[in-house]
Design a protein around this ligand. Structure first.
Ligand SMILES: Nc1ncnc2c1ncn2[C@@H]1O[C@H](COP(=O)(O)OP(=O)(O)OP(=O)(O)O)[C@@H](O)[C@H]1O
Length: 255
């Protein structure tokens, strides 16, 4: 791996991050850190600031206050060096555009190519490997718009993976995904952790958190709770953050 973090440094470190969109306070003094080789679940209702936190970590939105480090670097620098992969919640894609799944995954290699974006053998190999790992090798030549929701999600996970990142940020990787894709993604995330990569993922699916995540952060513009999943998911904490009692296993939060 191309780990750039100074020894002992967290893979992801956010200290007192505050973000406004105009008058809207989206993040209010958020701090968290994730050690290398861990999966951290980011929980919160709609509008609680999860996507904004991802963007702040990546340097895609400006923080008014606070500090963000990815592997000891500023988010934008870590992105430029291909150290962090990002799977956004929704892709701004024209699904009618005639681009294949393989082409989409190759986009993850752009940072490794020169300005003319000519793929080399290493780029092709990384793409094929990412397609295999996401169980998409058989669909690689298909138009991206012809895939199901779950398959599309896997294609964007593959694109992030093709970069060979040490840190992966996944915004709702299970949303709109069928059971088969859900199982493929879950198994893959566990293997990535086993390889020492660090994952921060947001999800509404509470049942998934204890089984997949080493730790969790409950966000409501500010951090309401952080720690082991079973600590964060205590009934009183959930009630405070969501205004509803903990629901049955497998049920999803929404607001
Ligand atoms: N570009 C923007 N301009 C203005 N306000 C924004 C913008 N993006 C997000 N917001 C606001 O910031 C707050 C946090 O939004 P954010 O998308 O980060 O929440 P979220 O937890 O990811 O929500 P969801 O679960 O619905 O995806 C919300 O009040 C939202 O309306």
């Amino acid at each position: 791996m191309s780990a750039a973090a100074p020894p002992g440094a967290p893979a992801i470190e956010v200290v007192d991050a505050t973000v406004h969109y105009g008058d809207v306070l989206a993040l209010d003094g958020v701090s968290l850190s994730v050690e290398p080789g861990r999966i951290c679940g980011l929980l919160g209702t709609n509008g609680s600031g999860k996507s904004t936190l991802f963007k702040a970590i990546l340097g895609l939105v400006r923080t008014d206050r606070g500090r963000v480090r990815l592997l000891g670097l500023e988010g934008a620098a870590a992105r430029r060096r291909g150290l962090v992969g990002y799977v956004p919640q929704a892709e701004q894609v024209d699904w009618d555009f005639p681009v294949s799944v393989r082409d989409v995954v190759m986009m993850g290699r752009y940072g490794h190519m020169g300005p003319r974006r000519r793929p080399r053998a290493a780029d092709r190999e990384a793409v094929e490997r990412a397609l295999e790992r996401t169980d998409l090798a058989g669909l690689a030549g298909r138009r991206i718009g012809a895939l199901s929701g779950g398959q599309r999600k896997r294609a964007f996970v593959a694109r992030a993976l093709a970069q060979g990142p040490d840190v992966l940020l996944l915004d709702e990787p299970f949303a709109g995904v069928d059971q088969g894709s859900e199982a493929t993604i879950t198994a893959l995330l566990r293997r990535l952790r086993g390889e020492g990569r660090t994952l921060l993922l947001s999800t509404h699916d509470l049942a998934r958190v204890p089984e997949l995540c080493d730790e969790a952060v409950l966000l409501q513009r500010r951090v309401v709770a952080r720690g082991a999943p079973e600590e964060v998911l205590r009934p009183e904490t959930v009630l405070e953050a969501f205004g509803v009692p903990v629901r049955g296993e497998g049920e999803r939060w929404s607001s």
